[in-house]
Design a protein around this ligand. Structure first.
Ligand SMILES: Nc1ncnc2c1ncn2[C@@H]1O[C@H](COP(=O)(O)OP(=O)(O)OP(=O)(O)O)[C@@H](O)[C@H]1O
Ligand SMILES: [Mg+2]
Length: 239
């Protein structure tokens, strides 16, 4: 479904991504892991049109994506959340949820309200509908951000550290929500340093180290992989 071939991205003399080739199939739940600065967010930025790769191609179905603007990529059904939440602090939870759907312009007001309520119940934030986003906890903002992208029902979700700064109780809720979305057929790429979660919920893991894809495989394969232990898990693998 999403095919990345030979992607490279440089920032000055720094090679943030080097010849990365990887594919993601429809309905997969893939964890993208690796140490700080290994290129995970850069790869997401290349996929979503925020960065233009210096080399390589990205195809989504039959469409060549390189060079497309971010909003065009969003319209292809690829939704994305950011490492630092991008909710609108001054707006209420409900107003935040409405923005993507209003921008997209496909649903009428009634359908938008119904969908927003549905999502709020699922993420258990329906009691916060009129709360300004600035009053939410870090974890609630992460949940709201995923709720916002679900308003346009994308097939493909790219999530950059959704567990970052999330209270353990909300983390379980967030994990369950992602598993539920996966069961409903969504394709998910999850970036996270939260190893126990990633190893528990992902079907396949892709590992970056210093801009290079060093290995990929099932959680069991990755857990036992010397290269990953050396690069990342540091021999202290509690996952
Ligand atoms: N816009 C930019 N300009 C210059 N350097 C950048 C830019 N974006 C990323 N980099 C550099 O590219 C490398 C990869 O960064 P990236 O943010 O992709 O890592 P990451 O794997 O997401 O790390 P983390 O786990 O800390 O979020 C880092 O060395 C980073 O400093
Ligand atoms: Mg990152």
């Amino acid at each position: 479904m999403l095919q990345i071939v030979g992607i490279a991205k440089n920032f000055g003399g720094l090679q943030a991504l080097r010849d990365v080739t990887v594919s993601f199939g429809r309905g997969e739940f893939v964890g993208l892991i690796g140490p700080n600065g290994s290129g995970k967010t850069t790869l997401l930025n290349c996929i979503t049109g925020i960065y233009r790769p210096d080399a390589g191609t990205i195809r989504f179905g039959n469409a060549e994506m390189s060079g497309l603007r971010p909003h065009k990529i969003f319209q292809l059904g690829i939704g994305r959340t950011f490492q630092i939440s991008k909710v609108f602090n001054r707006l209420s939870v409900k107003q935040n949820l409405n923005i993507p759907a209003l921008t997209e312009g496909r649903l009428d007001r009634e359908a938008i309200d119904a969908r927003a309520l549905d999502i709020l119940v699922t993420i258990r934030m329906d009691h916060l509908v009129d709360t300004p986003a600035e009053s939410l906890s870090g974890g609630q903002k992460k949940l709201l951000e995923i709720g916002m992208i679900m308003m346009t029902d994308p097939q493909f979700l790219l999530l950059d550290e959704p567990f970052g700064g999330v209270h353990p109780e909300l983390k379980t809720q967030l994990e369950n929500y992602l598993c539920e979305l996966h069961r409903c057929g969504k394709t998910i790429i999850l970036i996270s340093h939260e190893m126990p979660s990633v190893f528990r919920i992902c079907e396949r893991l892709v590992v970056l180290d210093r801009g290079v894809l060093i290995t990929e495989g099932s959680p069991d394969e990755i857990r036992a992989d010397e290269r990953v232990i050396n690069a990342y898990l540091g021999g202290n693998n509690e996952a």
